[in-house]
Design a protein around this ligand. Structure first.
Ligand SMILES: [Zn+2]
Length: 445
């Protein structure tokens, strides 16, 4: 199926842009409004299903998250922070201007909204109503079962994957945000029903996890792939690794659906990032997977140079619809926001920063990771496609321990088990108040 023949669903709530983390926090929900406005000014909204997400309620958020954590998110306000310091610390939150995850006005509603977009997107794919679903407000990959982290409170990605697992035997998660997708990896570390693949900057960088040899555990062994990278990744280097690894993953794992975290902080010139990708290089990651004609849920993530985040997500919306948008920005976009006056163009220039990733190192990583060890799907077994209840035990673990494996544990239980097993915990700051614009970030604490 060509891109232009796919039905695209786009989830957007116009209120999302009004939420504000406060205190100069670099995470700005306003980005999603900027992206939407660009998408609309190019006329793309006429060619898609545009939908307002249904906000998720307590019972739905606690399918993954702990009750007491969600209770806290629901109840706390900036005015009651002082009397809740113990819980605040327990849940890795703080006050605006000091914490990555501050308590701010409307915080719970914000979480309900962005998680709604991702789960609604998953449901649209599973129902067959759309082949591509976007929720640029989602992609909060650092949130844990009972802990906020790295600007993320609710892990909408885990919730969306759990929704997809009701229909599909196997779901592939791919993360091209510059930070390691730790929250999603941790949730599915012990299961073979979700394969997580994260490409990220590694070494003295938030959240500090995602080493080459973190590959999953128990039934989930080999179903976690980490590709640690250094500063200055450019389009060619990224492609050199991404395409052969993902080709192998797709051939062997044969997922029924794909979820992507498309954080734009891996772009050149990001306020917190240190890679050097162009829009074309970033978008190639989505386009490469789209060719396999598997339903895709495309989510946002990080991205801290706002004008480029909007450019990236608009460009990618177009590309996934089979449209190569003209580089000159529409008048409407230029009139509404003067932030694009830097170049008045859609595409961005990359910089001359040094690429610290040596070719030989990349080749070595490619050799290791292109040897994905999952077993190919047996001919005749149920494909990981829509329809019917998921078959039990879709994949015997490749280490031989799971032959004739019984039913996979319920996904939520898997997720809970992984968290309970004490997966990697991350604490740290990739943003120092008062040091806005610092490239990279402090080492994890
Ligand atoms: Zn990020």
């Amino acid at each position: 199926m060509k891109a232009a023949e796919k039905t695209v669903a786009y989830f957007y709530d116009e209120e999302i842009g009004n939420f504000d983390y406060g205190g100069g926090n670099p995470m700005r929900p306003h980005r999603a409004r900027l992206a939407y406005t660009l998408v609309d000014s190019y006329g793309l909204t006429k060619k898609m299903i545009l939908q307002r997400p249904r906000p998720r309620e307590f019972e739905e958020l606690t399918v993954f998250h702990a009750d007491d954590y969600i209770n806290f998110l629901r109840g706390v306000t900036p005015n009651t922070v002082d009397e809740n310091m113990t819980q605040l610390r327990r849940f890795n939150m703080g006050i605006a201007g000091e914490a990555d995850c501050p308590v701010f006005d409307g915080m719970y509603e914000y979480c309900q909204t962005y998680s709604g977009g991702s789960v609604d997107g998953a449901a649209q794919l599973a129902s067959g109503n759309a082949q591509i679903a976007f929720n640029w407000s989602g992609g909060m990959h650092h949130a844990k079962k009972a802990e906020a982290s790295g600007f993320c409170y609710i892990n909408d990605i885990v919730m969306a994957i759990l929704e997809l697992l009701k229909t599909y035997n196997r779901v592939l998660y791919v993360d091209i945000d510059i930070h390691h997708g730790d929250g999603v990896e941790e949730a599915f570390y012990l299961t073979d029903r979700v394969m997580t693949v994260s490409f990220h900057k590694y070494g003295e960088f938030f959240p500090g996890t995602g080493a080459l040899d973190d590959i999953g555990y128990s039934k989930g062994k080999y179903y976690t792939v980490n590709v640690p990278l250094k500063d200055g990744m450019d389009d060619d280097s990224y492609r050199l690794l991404y395409e052969p690894i993902m080709q192998k993953v797709m051939e062997l794992y044969q997922p029924g659906a794909i979820v992507m975290c498309c954080g734009a902080d891996s772009l050149s010139g990001d306020r917190l990032g240190c890679f050097n990708l162009s829009l074309e290089g970033h978008s190639n990651c989505l386009e490469f997977l789209a060719k396999f004609n598997v339903p895709m849920l495309i989510l946002g993530g990080g991205g801290y140079t706002l004008r480029n985040v909007a450019r990236c997500w608009c460009y990618e919306t177009g590309r996934m619809m089979g449209i190569d948008l003209p580089d000159g920005l529409p008048e409407k976009a230029l009139d509404t926001f003067n932030m694009y006056l830097d170049t008045q163009r859609l595409r961005i220039a990359v910089s001359n920063m040094k690429n610290a990733n040596e070719r030989a190192e990349l080749e070595a990583i490619k050799e290791i990771k292109a040897e994905v060890k999952v077993e190919p799907r047996q001919p005749g077994s149920a494909p990981g496609s829509a329809g019917g209840a998921p078959a039990p035990g879709p994949f015997p673990a490749a280490n031989g321990s799971g032959g004739g494996a019984g039913p996979a544990a319920a996904p939520a239980a898997d997720a809970a088990a992984a968290t309970a097993a004490g997966g990697p915990t991350a604490a740290g700051m990739d943003w120092q108040p008062g040091q806005a614009g610092s490239n990279g970030g402090a080492a994890p604490q």
